[in-house]
Design a protein around this ligand. Structure first.
Ligand SMILES: [Zn+2]
Length: 125
């Protein structure tokens, strides 16, 4: 059984936000080969987030926006070389993300999009 007691929901509008060990979290997915990364799901609000939220993704120097961009190109079916050219990163980087994400590229992309702060102005607080 996965020990999720040290994690809590990251959705500030969720009734179970910040409650560790409340039993609302389940592991919805695991991905990564060398780096085992779990995607957690809050059953209360259905929010998904990574157990490593707040830490650099895959020890990357790239901002999440750039990773999203790379994944979007990969998901669109762009080749490694084309993706590298369009996103301005090295082929090695594209290869690494493409391999890390693998079959879960779409889920990973969605997760990263969810993490990214909205670029819309204004906030309801
Ligand atoms: Zn929640």
């Amino acid at each position: 059984m996965d020990d999720l007691s040290r994690f809590c929901c990251q959705n500030s509008t969720c009734p179970d936000y910040g409650k560790r060990g409340a039993g609302n979290l389940i592991v919805s997915m695991e991905f990564g080969q060398n780096t085992r990364l779990r995607l957690l799901l809050c059953r209360t609000c259905k929010a998904r987030f990574s157990e490593r939220k707040g830490t650099p993704f895959f020890q990357s120097h790239l901002p999440p926006e750039k990773v999203i961009e790379i994944l979007e190109h990969i998901l669109e079916g762009c080749g490694i070389r084309k993706t590298a050219r369009l996103t301005g990163v090295s082929k090695d980087t594209v290869t690494r993300y493409s391999r890390l994400a693998g079959d879960h590229a779409k889920a990973l992309h969605e997760e990263l999009v969810a993490f990214s702060p909205s670029d819309k102005g204004g906030s309801t607080g």
